[in-house]
Design a binder for this molecule. Structure first.
Ligand SMILES: [Zn+2]
Length: 478
């Protein structure tokens, strides 16, 4: 394993390969999700679907190919996405009359259809989500975090007015925050994106931002209020109760398989992957130790424990392969399995088992007859503990003492000298794009979001020193 502190990217790649989460393919930037990687995504999907449906949304599916003319209808949208679009230009040797893009997102196709589906106020709201793959051809890729094809969900809703659409935008951002914190044990800052970081075609973009262990930020989810921009571009009108034609107000919101990369980068340690129990494909692994083959009572007890855990809905594996216990410990540790249980002849004599949580240094002896409850409890405790650990780490590296570009440069230099990471800084911003751009040029720190609940507020712009309009998180980002 590469040392996490020395080369975080190499550590990350080692970690996902040792954990067998993905594989590279001959298509640059496109990865294969192996079962353990894909199952993390399935647990995210299950929880998201539960919350989406609870709030009245339903899933649907739209085509992957989008006619070029659709993109021309919303100017900001085509400008934002055109550099990353792959095109289908011919079929069976014959050139197509109109090029088709592999979707980077589905606002245009859905806008086209909603124009047909929505006629009266009785048809509203439309609350639809799609689980799909999308394409954004990337020059620099990193598995799960930035790939040319990725999996995501995109919600697309249409409403009678701005108030309702804005309430939807915030509702979905809150759902994202709760899922990422509660399921993935990743604390996030929620807030509004600055205009330069807005989604192409949105009126307002909101995001949740997470800090990785190298101090860089990942935008973990976004929710957009699109106003009537797409409704005007695609002529999505409805008849009001007063018999007037009006444009609908739309929203869109998305999270992607980047979340898998974030889990790895937030919780992983020098031994590799650490998974929060709620998303771990295997939550508990049972391993017989010592001369267990000569002692049938060991496997009998492990089989019983296996059945009891399974009955409680725990995702449990029993590793009775002929490899050495040391090999197995290492392998399951690298797979990030939250809890390991060992049982050998001496343990059995003492009516105990040894358990080790993935993030503990030592194993502890637990009473064998009540071990099922102890294990179930520990899975819950570990879930909470990982969130708390991540929160402590994030808070420690969220700095509020930087008020000028000079101080930021100094802060970065001092952190590097001390072998520490610069983390994030909370600073004032006057609202001028040029100030934002200059900070980025000099330090590679970009605006993450304008947090709803900043730990403190700042009165002057970090770049020009004039009065600030906003207090903003700045960080280097993936
Ligand atoms: Zn300024």
């Amino acid at each position: 394993m590469t040392n996490q502190q020395n080369d975080f990217t190499e550590w990350y790649i080692d970690t996902i390969q040792k954990a067998d989460l993905m594989d590279y393919t001959p298509v640059r930037g496109c990865i294969a999700f192996k079962p353990d990687g894909y199952e993390i995504w399935e647990h995210i999907q299950d929880e998201m679907n539960r919350r989406f449906k609870e709030t009245g949304h339903r899933n649907a599916y739209f085509p992957m190919l989008i006619p070029e003319s659709f993109f021309q209808k919303e100017k900001d949208h085509i400008e934002g996405f055109s550099p990353e679009l792959p095109w289908v230009t011919e079929v069976a040797g014959e050139k197509l009359e109109e090029r088709l893009a592999l979707r980077p997102t589905s606002e245009t196709m859905i806008g086209h259809l909603y124009a047909d589906w929505i006629n009266s106020y009785r048809d509203l709201p439309v609350l639809i989500n799609q689980w799909a793959n999308v394409f954004r051809w990337e020059k620099k890729t990193l598995p799960f975090i930035r790939t040319s094809e990725f999996l995501w969900q995109e919600g697309h809703t249409a409403h009678v007015d701005e108030d309702e659409a804005r309430a939807e935008t915030m509702q979905m951002l809150t759902i994202y925050k709760e899922v990422v914190e509660e399921l993935l044990a990743i604390p996030v800052y929620d807030g509004q994106k600055t205009p330069s970081e807005r989604f192409a075609g949105a009126v307002d973009t909101f995001s949740i931002e997470a800090m990785m262990k190298d101090g860089k930020a990942v935008q973990a989810g976004t929710s957009h209020y699109l106003g009537t921009k797409f409704a005007e571009a695609f002529d999505i009108k409805y008849l009001t109760k007063e018999n007037k034609h009006q444009f609908v107000h739309t929203t869109s919101w998305g999270t992607s398989t980047r979340l898998i990369g974030s889990v790895i980068m937030v919780h992983g340690d020098e031994q590799g992957l650490v998974l929060p129990p709620r998303v771990a494909p295997t939550q508990v692994v049972l391993i017989p130790v010592g001369p267990w083959k000569k002692n049938p009572a060991i496997m009998e007890n492990l089989d019983k424990l296996f059945a009891e855990l399974k009955a409680k809905g725990i995702r449990v594996r029993l590793d009775d392969s002929d490899r050495s216990p040391g090999y197995k410990f290492n392998e399951w540790e690298q797979k990030g399995v939250p809890v390991r249980v060992e049982l050998g002849p001496r343990d059995l004599e003492n009516s105990q088992a040894l358990i080790k949580a993935r993030d503990w240094d030592e194993k502890v002896a637990v009473d064998l007859p009540s071990s099922v409850d102890t294990i179930v409890d520990e899975l819950q405790t570990m879930q909470t503990r990982l969130l708390e650990k991540a929160r402590i780490f994030r808070d420690k590296h969220s700095h509020t003492h930087v008020d000028s570009l000079e101080q930021l440069t100094q802060h970065i230099a001092t952190s590097t000298e001390n072998g520490d990471i610069p983390g994030w800084i909370l600073a004032g911003w006057c609202g001028d794009d040029a100030c934002e751009e200059h900070v980025k040029e000099v330090t590679k720190f970009t605006t993450r979001n304008i947090p709803f609940n900043p730990p403190t507020t700042k009165s002057t712009c970090i770049n020009c020193g004039k009065e600030s309009k906003h207090t903003v998180w700045f960080a280097r980002a993936y």
